[in-house]
Design a protein around this ligand. Sequence first.
Ligand SMILES: [Zn+2]
Length: 281
Amino acid sequence: MGSRNIAHRGSLHAWLAAAALFAFLMIFTEGEALAGAEGDPPFSDTAGTVFDIIQKGDPTAFVCLDASGRGERQIWDKRVDGEPVVNAYLFHARFSDGTNIEVAVNPEFGSREAAEKEASRYTAALGQLPTSLRRGINRVSVHEGRKSFHAGTGQIVFYAGTATERESYNHLEESIFHEAVHASWDAEHRLVPAWVKAQRDDGGFLTSYASRSPDREDLSETALFAFAILYHPDRLPPADTEATLKAVPNRIAYIRGLLPPDKPLFVDDGPPQGCAAKSVD
Ligand SMILES: [Zn+2]
């Protein structure tokens, strides 16, 4: 009987945890880009900018993908506005800096081969992230469809149709960077006093999307431009670099502390695992 009570309490806890996760994932759901800027910010949103900040030929820490069979995973799905459990095709993406990301592909892709092909669309770009943005991602999930990507702490959810659309203008890498900030940095940085002070000292915003959601989207939106200025200054036109530094200098300085340009992008996070361990020998 005691165990029954515990089980009951356990399910209440599970329900509360699910409710909390639901609220959290909803928080980081991307809004659709609105047409037209709202005055002050120099850009509308990073998803819509044309800058190719992270390019296909850039170094990637991605090494290989281990297939891990099938497994039940609860994955938020905007198409059904819920978080169903699916018997996902599972993989582990292995990176040379020792980081690992589980990739859960919706069974709707139909076969392990198709799921692996889909998983492989994201892995090189995940490997192009700085280690500090990759190590916080525990799982990425992929559905079909054209909903906008979303993320919560440790997790990113992709939609294959949207990925195809972003690839058509070389923007899948930039979108993954944006979601990685939600997954890896938001919990620790988006509400801390130093960041809030930087927001206040700057006054304005870099993008209209950030200005509409200062507590949710500002860090992700600003981080991509900061990354460009710090690591690839030639990929942002001088006028746009100037506009960025003028609009959000304190926030660029804050992000510089997270991504010191004199340090390598990939830092040792432990020994490479799985297929990556074998390939190193
Ligand atoms: Zn976002």
